[in-house]
Design a protein around this ligand. Structure first.
Ligand code: ATP
Ligand code: MG
Length: 728
């Protein structure tokens, strides 16, 4: 232990060894906040000030929770598994399972992730014959979540006209539907737990007495309800010590209701006297840190701090301008190969992007080059179509009233149940206020007969799997549901089959972990319900845990709190990063800048920044100006790998490509022969995209590229030297 403390600097040591009191550690990226928080837990335990059961630690991601477990396990000779370390959602799930009756839920309640929630809302609107142009499902979803995050049930929401009244009615209907189906969305996890603690004195007292030290990482991103939740738990007699660490410059979830104001309220309401600041950065080399400082300095709303490091300046930041997104991806791959040849571990390299949609091109390039990679978030494993189908069967076994799951697989794989039958079922379920599943036996006629077969299948599955270990259970369900056969017969089904196998592996992993943990599981299928909760909560993070040396891909949001030797941030273009939705208002822009600050400060030794002149995104080719954030990096810190061009564009602002920039070019030049004897207007064939027409051409020699309309496969820019086009 003293070893551990010896490595801390004065301020860190002060923070770790604060006497039992509330504390706020406000510090910049890489200054050791998470390390201080973990070390404080170790210090509290090893000095005998409390036992592991008295600690509640809130992390921002499941990955961070796992790391904290691992670090504590390494520091102390204790089993950390039973400790309450997790995300807000994970901790709430645990509380609700333990007190499900008090919370008005069945033990095997299911969790809706946001895609499930949207599907449930769409289903509701349809059943109620609501015009979804007037009440777009996504907006309604956002509204409902915002109310829940503000702690407001329908009865407490203000209404002022017919529209707002109707919207609140829909919120109420949605709640009724969720309750009937025994499902809980993410916001509900929190609100339900909060209400449980608030209303149920014995339960509240129990946890208030139990948790003597509550520690929160990434405190700047807590929302109002989470803050109230913490306040409630810490507010016993005597109160618990609340130890929060955060960085206002890394607040990147305001769009989800996070409030930096919580930091000020915390100081005031808890009379925090000692706010400790850490300013020495231990993560990044000087150039990287200076760039981060220079970028964030452009924000106005800051609590203000500057980071410094003892590490030398290190290498310059590398900046690359690509022709196109695929050109950019190829460059990234080349650089990665070079890094690996130079001895880098792939797992120490991260590719970060602003939007999930950007990962596809990068993935493709990595895959083609045979470089192992893992995607965090994004096309999340548990969100893939085939996995969702399999999970829906599993969910029906655990909870037949889960209408979302029912609707998903009642006719998948197809078993001759038509839309009419399902509509008849939905109408009847509505009339009787029962779940779809429970309604089936009461439905007559042909719909009743075909649907009864499906219900029988689920009943049989439930019986057959009651005593099976979880991985075998999953395996059995994949067979009996005929999901496996279905994907076997699908042309592109190989990858999906692999993913289904991966689901069995995930179930095996989960079982091993659950057995290692102390928790006893009584009811049949209780482990299944836990696994399903895990699938909803840990979506995507599972992949990166396999200990394989793989390049890490993730959005900047998902990278928060993490660090890597080499970091690539691609797509630094106006409209993409900063994102077009935020560009027009200063608050949005400041949040984008904090996001850029997070991205840059993930790098230890090397930082690569890139942008592309043209990019295919959501099926459209876009030409964007390079990001203003690149301009904010002082020139001496960076090295351009491509000669920097003047930024241009009207007023340096967001640049719309001139209309017709990609229209067929009718100039005589277009008729000139291109390398390979091709011409604009000519029909060509490409191995992957099929047949298309060349509609534009640019550049010459090895830079010559053409724009081709491939019909269904879209319009693409291809480099002639690379694309291997065949004239037809
Ligand atoms: P972020 O804001 O990105 O979450 P953080 O403030 O939580 O960053 P940590 O992740 O705790 O920072 O620490 C950054 C890196 O610096 C880690 O690798 C950590 O081990 C290291 N570090 C922190 N303090 C020290 C120290 N006193 N001596 C050596 N290394 C340190
Ligand atoms: Mg941290």
């Amino acid at each position: 232990m003293s070893d551990l403390l010896a490595k801390l600097n004065t301020e860190q040591l002060q923070a770790v060894t604060l006497p039992p009191q509330h504390a706020l550690i406000l510090a910049g990226a890489g200054s050791g906040k998470t390390r201080v928080l973990t070390t404080r837990i170790a210090w509290l335990l090893s000095t005998g000030q409390c036992d592991p059961a008295a600690i509640l630690a809130v992390t921002f991601t499941n990955k961070a929770a796992k790391e904290m477990h691992a670090r504590l396990g390494a520091l102390l000779p204790i089993n950390t598994r039973g400790m309450w370390i997790g995300t807000f959602h994970g901790l709430c799930n645990r509380l609700l399972r333990a007190h499900h009756r008090d919370a008005g839920l069945p033990q095997l309640f299911q969790i809706l992730d946001s895609a499930d929630q949207l599907a449930a809302i769409k289903r509701l609107l349809k059943a109620l014959n609501v015009d979804d142009e007037k009440f777009p499902p996504r907006e309604l979803q956002h509204f409902i979540n915002a109310q829940k995050e503000a702690g407001l049930r329908p009865a407490a929401v203000d209404v002022w006209d017919d529209y707002s009244r109707r919207r609140v009615e829909l919120y109420q209907e949605y709640e009724t539907q969720c309750q009937r189906e025994s499902v809980v969305d993410f916001a509900e996890l929190l609100l339900r737990t909060f209400e449980l603690l608030e209303r149920n004195e014995p339960v509240r007292r129990h946890y208030q007495r139990r948790f003597r030290h509550i520690l929160v990482d990434e405190f700047q991103d807590t929302n109002r309800l989470q803050y109230r939740w913490l306040k409630l738990l810490a507010g016993g007699e005597p109160p618990a010590c609340l130890f929060c660490v955060g960085d206002d410059d890394q607040s990147i979830y305001r769009f989800r209701g996070a409030e930096v104001g919580n930091m000020r309220d915390f100081e005031r309401e808890f009379q925090v006297t000692g706010v400790i600041r850490l300013e020495q950065n231990y993560r990044s080399h000087g150039n990287i840190l200076d760039a981060a400082n220079a970028i964030i300095r452009n924000n106005s709303a800051r609590l203000g701090k500057n980071l410094w490091t003892e590490a030398g300046a290190g290498e310059p930041i590398r900046i690359f301008e690509a022709f196109s997104d695929s050109d950019e991806a190829r460059w990234v791959v080349d650089e990665i190969q070079q890094l690996v040849r130079d001895g880098a571990l792939r797992a120490d390299i991260a590719l970060l992007y602003r939007s999930n949609a950007q990962s596809r091109v990068l993935e493709h390039a990595l895959f083609s080059a045979g470089i192992p990679y893992r995607v965090y978030g994004g096309l999340r494993f548990f969100e893939r179509q085939e996995i969702k189908h399999a999970l829906a069967y599993l969910r029906l076994i655990a909870n037949p009233d889960d209408d979302t799951a029912f609707a998903r697989v009642v006719n998948f794989p197809t078993r001759g149940i038509g839309a009419r039958s399902i509509e008849a079922l939905q109408d009847a379920a509505r009339t009787w206020s029962t779940s779809l599943y429970a309604t089936v036996p009461h439905l007559g006629g042909k719909p009743g007969t075909v649907l009864a077969q499906f219900v029988r299948l689920i009943e049989e599955l439930r019986r057959e799997t009651a005593r099976l270990p979880l991985p075998e259970l999953v395996d059995h369900v994949l067979d009996r549901s005929t999901l496996r056969d279905h994907y076997k017969s699908e042309k592109e089904g190989r990858e999906r089959l692999e993913n289904l196998d991966e689901l069995i592996a995930a179930a095996a992993n989960f079982t091993a972990e659950a057995q290692a943990g102390a928790e006893a599981l009584a009811a049949d299928h209780a482990l299944l319900a836990d696994f399903l909760a895990h699938a909803s909560l840990e979506a995507g993070e599972h992949q990166a845990d396999q200990g394989m040396d793989a390049v890490q891909l993730m959005t900047v949001h998902a990278a928060k709190g993490l660090e890597f030797d080499a970091v690539f941030v691609s797509g630094l273009e106006e409209g993409l990063f900063p994102h077009e939705n935020s560009i027009l208002e200063s608050e949005g822009l400041e949040e984008e800048r904090r996001l850029m600050y997070v991205a840059v400060t993930r790098a230890r030794q090397r930082l690569y920044l890139s942008f592309a002149q043209s990019r295919m995104l959501h099926g459209q080719t876009r030409c964007n100006l390079r990001s203003r954030f690149l301009e904010e990096i002082p020139a001496p810190l960076a090295r351009w790998l491509t000669p920097p061009k003047p930024r241009g564009g009207p007023g340096g602002g967001y640049y719309e490509p001139p209309r017709g920039a990609f229209a067929p070019r009718a100039q005589p030049a277009a008729a000139q022969a291109l390398p390979g004897g091709l011409r604009v207007g000519q029909l060509v064939r490409h191995a992957r995209f099929g047949t298309g027409v060349i509609i534009a051409a640019e550049g010459s020699g090895s830079d010559a590229r053409v724009q081709i309309n491939f019909g269904d496969a879209g319009i693409k820019w291809l480099l002639l030297g690379v694309a291997k086009l065949e004239a037809c």
